[in-house]
Design a binder for this molecule. Structure first.
Ligand code: THU
Length: 127
C-alpha cells in the first residue's frame, strides 16, 4: 500500500474511537509528517457542547506533542454527509503550521474532495 493508502487506513481505523454521543457524527483525521510518521485524532465531544474538539485539532495536538511540525498531508474521514470540509477553527490551526497543506476529505457513499488550506483560508491570520 502507498503512503496515501496507509494514511487513509490510519484515519479509518481511528474513526471508531470518535467520542461523539451528542451529534453522533464520527470524524477522524490523520497527518503524515516529513519524517514519515502518522498522527491521528478523532472528534471528542462534551456535554458542555462548546468544549468539543474536532478530529483535525486532536491530530494536530498529537503531532505537535511529538515535536512533528513538518507535515506532508492530512486526510479526514467522516461517516456523516453533514460534514464536508474542516471547520473554520481547524482551518486557522492548520494554517499556523502549514500554509499550503493538502487535505484529502472522504465522506460516506464515495464522497471525496481535495482541498488546499491556502484556498480554504485565504489571507489567514498570522503574527
Ligand atoms: N467535526 C470535526 O471533528 N471536524 C470538522 O471539521 C467538522 C466537525 C466534529 C465536531 C463535532 O463533534 C461533530 O463533528 C459535529 O459538528
Amino acid at each position: 500500500m502507498n503512503k496515501d493508502g496507509i494514511l487513509k487506513e490510519a484515519a479509518e481505523n481511528a474513526l471508531q474511537n470518535s467520542y461523539s454521543p451528542y451529534s453522533k457524527i464520527k470524524v477522524a483525521a490523520a497527518i503524515l509528517t516529513e519524517s514519515g510518521n502518522i498522527f491521528t485524532g478523532v472528534n471528542i465531544e462534551n456535554s458542555s457542547y462548546s468544549l468539543t474538539v474536532c478530529a483535525e485539532r486532536n491530530a494536530i495536538a498529537a503531532a505537535i506533542t511529538s515535536g512533528e511540525r513538518e507535515w506532508i498531508k492530512m486526510i479526514i474521514v467522516t461517516d456523516s454527509k453533514l460534514v464536508n470540509s474542516p471547520c473554520g477553527s481547524c482551518r486557522q490551526v492548520i494554517y499556523e503550521f502549514n500554509k499550503n497543506l493538502s487535505i484529502d476529505f472522504y465522506g460516506p457513499e464515495g464522497y471525496y474532495n481535495n482541498f488546499n488550506i491556502s484556498k480554504l483560508l485565504p489571507e489567514g491570520f498570522e503574527l
